[in-house]
Every structure is written in C-alpha cells, then in structure tokens.
Design a protein around this ligand. Sequence first.
Ligand code: PLP
Length: 353
Amino acid sequence: MIREDNVRKVVPYVAGEQPKTKNVIKLNTNECPYPPAPGVEKLLAEFDWDALRLYPDFDATPLTEALAEFYHRKKEEVFVGVGSDDVLSMVFLTFFNSGREILFPDVTYSFYDVWADLYRIPYRTVPLREDWSLDAEGFTAPNGGVIFPNPNAPTGLLESVETVEKILQANPDVLVVVDEAYIDFGGTSVMPLVDKYDNLMVVQTFSKSRSMAGLRIGFAVANEELIRRLNDVKFSFNSYTMNMPSQILGTEAVRDADYFRKTTARIVATREWTKKELTRLGFTFPDSSANFIFASHRSVPAEEIFHYLRERNIYVRFWNKPRISNHLRITVGTDEQMKTLVETLEQMPGILA
Ligand SMILES: *Cc1c(COP(=O)(O)O)cnc(C)c1O
C-alpha cells in the first residue's frame, strides 16, 4: 500500500442523480427539457467518423469565433472549455494564487469549495441576507478573489448590474468571476462590462439554456490578457480538452440564435406558470430568474416531499445542509411535466391543508 501522505485528499462534488430508467420526470439537475437546435441533429447524423482519427483543433477555433460573433467580442476575449466546470476549475487554478482567502456566498454552487480544497486555496463564505440576496458589502473585505453565480444557485435570485459593479469596484486588484450559468432565462449579462473592468471574468455554459449538458461545453469572456493567462494554464494541463463533435455541434448551436431564443422564452413562460401554481399549493420561494425554483412548503418538510415525489418518479434536488434543508430545487421542465408535478403535489397529504 502506498503511504497516505502521497495522496491528495478531497471530498468530491456530488452531482444530482442521473436515473437509469426513462420514465422519470427529471427536474433535479437543471437540464433543458427541449432537444438541441435542429441543425445539431443533422450535423451529428452526417458526422464523418473517419475524422476521429485526428486530434481536434486545440483552440476550438470555429466555436470560439462563433461565440465571439454572437456576443460581439474579439475571439481573443473568449476561452472555451469542457463544460463551465472545466472552465471554472481552470480559473481557480490560474487566478486564485495569492494565498489570501477567496470569497463566495455561503449558499451557492457547491463546486466552489471543492475546487478551493482541491487546489488548496483558502476561502471564506459570505452569508446571503435573510431574503437570499447577495450582501455586496460582504465582498469588500481584503481577499484573493471573488466568485458568485448570477442568478445565484440554488436560490435563482438575480442580482442587479449595479450590485455586480459595486463588487467589481471594491476589488480592483483581484479577479471577480461572475458565473452566469442561468443568465439566459431573463437576466442581464454583465459581459459588456468586460470593457470597463479589467478584473471581470464572465463564465457561461451550454448545459442549461442551450440544451447540451451531454456535450460538455462552457466558456469564459474577459479581456485578452486574462484569457491569455487562462490559456497558458490550460495548455500546461491538457491541450486537447474539447472533442471534435462537441466543437462542431456547439458551433451549430450558437449559429441558431432563433431556436435559442424560442426555447429559453418557453422555459421562462413555464417557470412563471409554475410559480403561480406552487404559490397556490402553499410554497414560498425567492423570485427565480433561472430555470429552477427554490421552494419551501408552509407545512410539509422538504425532505418528505422529496421522497414522496421520488417514489412517484419525479426527481427534484434536496440538500440536507445548513439554511437550505427545508427547500427543494425544482428544475423547470416542459408544461406537461410541470402539470404532472403540480397534480402529484396536490395529492400529497398536508400540501393543501
Ligand atoms: C450547472 C452549473 C455549472 C456547470 O455547468 P457545466 O455543465 O459544467 O457547464 C456551473 N455553475 C453553476 C452555478 C451551475 O449551476
């Protein structure tokens, strides 16, 4: 047996369950219920499998250029990675090296503390206010970097551009990462502020609003200098991260802006319907700007509802963690799925009482 001190020890991130059967209404990992853009299906069917003999383009050039065009940036301001988890992991490795604590909210994406531990980056969490909003003042203390999602996960609450700017202004000499995994569901991206703040990096993903969690595509936008630093680390880690099909299919998804707008608008409409229904059933929740709702029932404990739904093949997310153990995070699916969810909840003893 090798000695224990040879091993890097870390408690891994736990992702939501991926069911083995097909008859599950899966509302537990914030995937999109609609398929990717139609052109993606066509390109996948026509894919030249012989091309797989070759290494992919290590710069993912067409995809990077398509994103640059879509978001009106230079291609030197865009970095793509294998899901935003890969991008964020590279960001932690590249920019949080001062030995000073990095800051993120206490209730937030539960991968941040895992990367911090993995890379031995000290961190401190800043408590969200009682109403789940971000306490911008809490991010003004000296630190080694800042990261938060906007909208936040798992609360779904969107912070204003002014709040984000306040945090950027308070931290001119460290990187501030805004994880915009859910920004396409009605929020305003701070991406244009990259021109105004040289300490800003915006990270987004194809996994939620672009229906492509299975392909693993994420990207970051920041000034050229920061993207160059990120690439230096990425190419010291693994040059060929993104596979060839993901590059081709991801590029097509970006090109079909119409489909993207249609599906995100549909999800927003379904979300608003679901909010009304959940309110009628006695749930409360922060007003979500994401593709999920973080709900708590007035009398039935979240854990009981979680098990009740799971037995009926409806999967939602529940965490037995401080502050959030009486909440469920419910992904917004299709109208039909949400109707089934509401009807199933109505049948649960105690919900309407
Ligand atoms: C889903 C999610 C990600 C990661 O998404 P990828 O599938 O790795 O692109 C990152 N941050 C937040 C806040 C998320 O919810």
